[in-house]
Write a protein that binds this ligand. Structure first.
Ligand SMILES: [Zn+2]
Length: 448
């Protein structure tokens, strides 16, 4: 890989310039700003790389998928990325304009630089360096780059399930990854799923004078009582039958968990707390964090919450509730159990609207694509060993892209703990960026 590394060094300036070009093009999925131009820039870049590229329509008026294929080989690698970014507000908190990529102290600041444009360009550049120094790619690559990730990929699942031939691969490289505070590369082998619902209740035809609280129902109480049946004070989810479906971590998962450095005192200090919920600690807390579902109230709205007093009986109340899902807890199953639970507890007046969902998904750690990434991480970051998360505590569309088709996945990449993803001053350290390009080269060498 010596000539590969030399090529990367020689093209340092050009690689950074290309990354800046990507970041200078706005592509905000939520507003549509710059989306078509960004898709075109990605298409053009892939085409220049020698790929066969198509812009696929996922739904009418939705941002197109850039679908590229390149290389030949016995194995096929599927790469998943996204070219859309989060909105930039609050704009006044940015030290430099979000779409004017700016270099400060070795870090590049721009919206989307870490999530996810730097991942796209770093992989493009690794492939370019490979071809210039090693010859033809050792495997076939299918590259699937969507434009709706930051709005929850609303059209992705039906498209992927209807077009499995477009995603057929031996392994999938996920959109992102990072190094931790110690400089250890962090690998992800899956992601939790999600069910996000709105619970609402209307108990009266309209808000009333609160003197009627003696004999008329209060929507805020109805909702609060219903919510209080979902979880106990010791943070156990009480929805009937839900926890019985949770797949426990297997031996390999537990071994991987033990290798994750969990600096809990530091983490608690950051959060301003002195113990975890349920009074778990250490390894138990980490196991709970990765392998247990959540049931959380994201927001509640009812009645009067303005300045001073207003004595009313609210007619309506609503709450947003999110569930992060682990294997065997499918979104529809959780929605059904929630309905049954509320009915059984006398809350059939509470309406449930499902706002978004994602299936959980997790790979076999022994899969070739995972092993290739582990070997590449060891070769790129010595003396550090990779930190391997059997699953992210967060959510991404790993199921429709990879797991539903039996494809194992692994994520690694350019980001770091201070990247401010989704926030003002999103940034990467260029040193990490170039390490990730080197790792991508080694990953290709190992995945064949
Ligand atoms: Zn994101």
């Amino acid at each position: 890989m010596k000539t590969f590394d030399q090529y990367i060094e020689q093209h340092h300036t050009e690689f950074v310039a290309e990354l800046k070009t990507f970041c200078a093009q706005p592509s905000i999925a939520a507003t549509g700003e710059g989306m078509a131009n960004m898709a075109e820039l990605v298409r053009h870049t892939m085409s220049d790389l020698g790929a066969t590229v198509q812009l696929l329509e996922i739904a009418p008026h939705a941002p197109k998928i850039v679908y590229a294929t390149l290389g030949q080989g016995d194995k096929t690698l599927l790469i998943y990325n996204h070219y859309d970014v989060q909105p930039v507000d609050p704009l006044n908190l940015w030290d430099s304009p979000p779409f004017a990529p700016t270099l400060r102290d070795g870090n590049l600041y721009a919206r989307g630089v870490a999530d996810d444009k730097g991942h796209i360009t770093s992989r493009v550049q690794a492939i370019r360096a490979w071809r210039a120094t090693q010859g033809e790619l050792p495997c076939k690559i299918i590259w699937f780059i969507e434009g709706e990730e930051e709005t929850g990929s609303p059209h992705l699942e039906p498209f992927c399930l209807a077009n499995p031939h477009l995603l057929k691969a031996d392994g999938c490289l996920w959109e992102s990854g990072e190094v931790d505070e110690m400089g250890r590369p962090v690998l992800y082998l899956g992601a939790k799923g999600l069910l996000y619902v709105e619970l609402s209740v209307q108990s009266l035809s309209g808000d009333q004078h609160s003197s009627l609280g003696t004999i008329a129902p209060n929507a805020a109480w109805r909702l609060t009582w219903a919510l209080s049946t979902l979880k106990s004070l010791d943070e156990t989810i009480l929805i009937d039958g839900l926890m019985e479906h949770v797949a426990p971590p297997n031996e390999t998962d537990l071994t991987l968990l033990k290798s994750i450095p969990f600096e809990e005192q530091k983490k608690m200090a950051q959060l301003g707390i002195d113990h975890w919920v349920g009074n778990v600690s250490g390894y138990d807390a980490l196991t709970r964090h990765i392998f247990q579902p959540t049931c959380d109230i994201s927001g509640i709205e009812s009645g009067y919450t303005g300045h001073g007093a207003k004595t009313i009986l609210p007619a309506k109340a609503k709450a947003k509730v999110s569930f992060r899902l682990v294997p065997n807890l499918e979104p529809q199953r959780v929605a059904d159990l929630l309905r049954q639970h509320l009915d059984k507890h006398g809350f059939n007046d509470i309406q449930i609207e499902s706002l978004s969902y994602e299936h959980p998904g997790k790979s076999d750690p022994n899969a070739e694509v995972v092993q290739a990434a582990i070997a590449a991480a060891r070769q790129t970051y010595p003396p550090h060993q990779p930190v391997i998360y059997p699953m992210m505590a967060a959510t991404g569309p790993v199921w429709p892209i990879a797991i539903a088709h039996g494809t194992p996945m692994v994520g690694f990449g350019i980001s770091y703990f201070g990247a401010h993803i989704h926030a003002p001053n999103e940034n990467i350290r260029l040193a990490d960026y170039f390490q990730a390009i080197r790792m991508m080269g080694r990953f290709l060498a190992n995945f064949k």
